[in-house]
Design a protein around this ligand. Structure first.
Ligand code: ADP
Length: 544
C-alpha cells in the first residue's frame, strides 16, 4: 500500500507552548492565589511565564538535568503553577506529592520517584523536617517562600528559599524543543488499592488532555471564565486545569490550603468565580456553609464534580437552590484523569426533569480521545443497553500504558482495566455501579453499593453514607449501610431502611445500619471502604 504523506508542519506538543501562548495572548489576565499565610497574591500569566523561566534557570543551576524529578508538597497556588511549567518546560519532570498522605507513604513515593529536589509550602515545614532524613535521593529542599521565612535552625539539609532562587535569575531562557513523548509529570495513585503506583504523563498526553478537558461538552471553560480548581494540584494535576487554563487564557484563582466552606465561599465571591471543580466531599462543606448562613452565589455558574460518585441529591441542591450547573465526571489518575462527563445532548432536552436528572447522575459520555468498553468475567464485550454490567476498560491518548518503574504492563489486549464496574446505555452514557472490589454479591446477584449510598444521602437526616459488603451465612454477602447523620439530626435504623422501600427491589435493601461519628477518608477525600470493610468484617447480622 502506498499512502500519500500529509504535508503539514509537525510541531511537538510541548507544555511550554501552553504558557507561552497564555503569556502572549492573555498576558494581562490575572492569577490570584490565597497563600498559606492567608493573604491574597495577584499577578498575571505574563508574570507567571517569566517566573517559570527563572525557575527553570535556577533548577539548572542546582544541577538538575532533563529527566530529573522535582517533587512538590504544595497546595494550589502560583508558585506551584510555576513549578509545573518551570520543570516540564525544560524536560524535567514535575512530581506532585499529596501532603495529606501518611509521612511513611510520602517518603516511599519520593524515594520511588527518586526526586532530586523537593519544593514545599511553608505550613508543611514540620512535615518535611520529619521526612527529610529518609528522602535519600533529594539533594535540595526548597521552601516556597522568602529567605526571612526559613527557620533559624533546621534539620533539613541544603534548605533554600524559592524567592532567592528566582531573584538570582534573569529569565533569559528560550524554552527548548524536544520529543513530545518525553515525560512531563508524575502522579502516584492515591493507594486506595494497594501500594501507590506512578502514572507518568507525557507532554503530548498532557496537551491533548488539555484540549479534551476544555471542550464544550467537557468542562466547557472559556477565556471569560474565572476558574477556581478546588481539586488539588497534587491530585492528577488538578484534573489538568492549570494546563487547560493556560491554553484558554482564563483567570485562575487558587485557594491554597483554605478549603473549608467559609474560606471557599468568600473567595468565590471576592474573585467572582464562575467555574470550579472538585470531589463531592468539598462541596458538602461549601453547601453546609451557604445553607447554614442563608447565602447565595453571585457569579458561580458551573462545576465539575468527580473523583467519587456525586449523589443525585447534591446535583439537585446545587441546581435547584443555587442555580449552579453540575457536570458529573469520571476519571482516574491513570487517565490524566478525564474519561467521561455527563451532559445532555439535544435529543434529551425533551425528556422530563426526572429523566434528565437520572442521566446527569450517571458518569456520562467519553470525550473524544478516549474509547471504552465493558466486558464480562470471560472477557466478552457486553452490549450498550444500560442493563448489562461489566469491567470497564479504556484506551486513549491520555491513558497510561505502564507504571513508573514497573515491568508488568497492566493492559489487557491494549485496553487499560479500570477496576470499575459499569453499565453503558444505548446513548453511550456510562454508569459506574461499583469498583470491582466494592461490589456486593448477594445470592449470585450483584448489588451496587453506589446506588444504595446515593439513596441514603437523599434522606434529610443523612450527611454521608457508605455501603459495604459483609459476609452473610445464607447469601454469601449482604449490604451494610454505614452513615454519619447531620449535626443535630436523628434517624433510627428502621427509618433509614424504610426510606429504601419502593425505590429499589426489596432484596437489595441493606440488612443493617451502623451509625458512625465520621467515615474514614483517603488523603484525596474519598471514603475508604477498605477500612470500613476491615472494621465490620465480623458484623453480626441481627436477622438472618
Ligand atoms: P485511586 O484509584 O487511587 O483511588 P483515583 O483518584 O485515580 O485514585 O481514583 C479513580 C477511581 O475513583 C475510579 O476508578 C473510580 O472508582 C472512582 N471515581 C472517580 N470518579 C468517579 C465518579 N464520578 N463516580 C464514581 N466513582 C468515581
Amino acid at each position: 500500500m502506498s499512502l500519500l504523506p500529509g504535508q503539514m508542519m509537525q510541531l511537538p506538543l510541548l507544555i511550554s507552548s501552553l504558557i507561552t501562548h497564555a503569556a502572549r495572548h492573555s498576558g494581562d489576565t490575572e492569577i490570584v492565589s490565597k497563600r498559606v499565610e492567608g493573604d491574597l497574591h495577584r499577578y498575571t500569566w505574563a508574570k507567571a511565564e517569566l517566573r517559570s523561566r527563572k525557575l527553570a534557570q535556577a533548577l539548572a543551576r542546582l544541577g538538575c538535568q532533563p529527566g530529573d524529578r522535582v517533587g512538590t508538597l504544595a497546595w494550589n497556588g502560583y508558585r506551584h503553577l510555576e513549578i509545573y511549567y518551570g520543570t516540564s518546560g525544560t524536560g524535567l519532570v514535575c512530581h506532585t506529592v499529596n501532603p495529606r498522605l501518611f509521612p511513611d507513604q510520602i517518603t516511599w513515593i519520593i524515594n520511588d520517584a527518586a526526586d532530586k529536589v523537593l519544593c514545599f509550602d511553608l505550613n508543611l515545614l514540620p512535615l518535611v523536617e520529619k521526612l527529610a532524613p529518609a528522602c535519600t535521593t533529594v539533594k535540595h529542599f526548597v521552601l516556597l517562600g522568602f529567605r526571612e521565612q526559613l527557620p533559624p535552625e533546621t534539620a533539613i539539609p541544603n534548605l533554600l528559599a524559592y524567592e532567592d532562587l528566582i531573584a538570582a535569575e534573569d529569565g533569559d531562557l528560550a524554552w527548548p524543543t524536544f520529543d513530545e513523548n518525553t515525560a512531563s509529570s508524575i502522579c502516584y495513585t492515591s493507594g486506595t488499592t494497594g501500594d501507590p503506583k506512578g502514572a507518568v504523563y507525557s507532554h503530548r498526553s498532557t496537551v491533548l488532555h488539555s484540549f479534551g478537558a476544555a471542550l464544550p461538552d467537557s468542562m466547557n471553560i472559556s477565556s471569560r471564565d474565572v476558574v477556581l480548581p478546588v481539586v488539588p494540584m497534587f491530585h492528577v494535576n488538578a484534573w489538568g486545569i492549570p494546563y487547560s487554563a493556560a491554553m484558554i487564557g482564563c483567570k485562575l484563582v487558587f485557594p491554597g490550603p483554605h478549603l473549608d466552606g467559609k474560606s471557599l465561599y468568600d473567595l468565590f465571591e471576592a474573585e467572582q468565580v464562575t467555574f470550579s471543580a472538585g470531589v463531592p466531599t468539598v462541596w458538602l462543606g461549601l453547601l453546609n456553609h451557604v445553607q447554614a448562613n442563608g447565602l447565595k452565589f453571585s457569579s458561580f455558574k458551573s462545576t465539575v464534580i468527580g473523583g467519587a460518585a456525586c449523589p443525585a441529591s447534591m446535583i439537585q441542591t446545587l441546581e435547584d437552590d443555587f442555580n449552579v450547573e453540575v457536570v458529573h465526571a469520571w476519571g482516574m489518575t491513570e487517565l490524566s484523569p478525564l474519561g467521561t462527563l455527563s451532559r445532555l445532548r439535544s435529543k434529551h432536552l425533551g425528556l422530563s426533569k426526572a429523566e434528565q436528572r437520572a442521566l446527569l447522575a450517571k458518569q456520562g459520555k467519553v470525550i473524544y480521545g478516549i474509547d471504552m468498553q465493558i466486558v464480562n468475567a470471560d472477557g466478552q464485550v457486553q452490549p450498550w443497553d444500560g442493563e448489562a454490567s461489566g469491567d470497564l476498560l479504556v484506551r486513549g491518548h491520555w491513558v497510561i500504558n505502564s507504571y513508573f518503574g514497573k515491568a508488568n504492563a497492566p493492559l489487557r489486549d491494549g485496553w487499560f482495566p479500570t477496576g470499575d464496574v459499569a453499565t453503558i446505555d444505548a446513548d453511550g452514557f456510562m454508569l459506574i455501579t461499583d469498583r470491582s472490589k466494592d461490589v456486593i454479591k448477594s445470592g449470585g446477584e450483584w448489588i451496587s453499593s453506589i446506588a444504595l449510598e446515593n439513596l441514603a444521602v437523599a434522606h434529610p437526616a443523612v450527611h454521608q453514607a457508605a455501603v459495604i459488603s459483609v459476609a452473610h451465612p445464607q447469601w454469601g454477602e449482604r449490604p451494610l449501610l454505614t452513615v454519619v447523620l447531620k449535626p443535630g439530626a436523628t434517624a433510627t435504623r428502621e427509618d433509614l431502611l424504610a426510606f429504601y422501600e419502593g425505590k429499589i427491589p426489596r432484596w437489595q435493601v441493606p440488612n443493617d445500619v451502623i451509625f458512625l461519628p465520621e467515615l474514614p477518608h483517603t488523603a484525596t477525600g474519598k471514603i475508604q471502604k477498605l477500612k470500613l470493610r476491615e472494621a465490620f468484617r465480623n458484623h453480626q447480622w441481627s436477622e438472618l
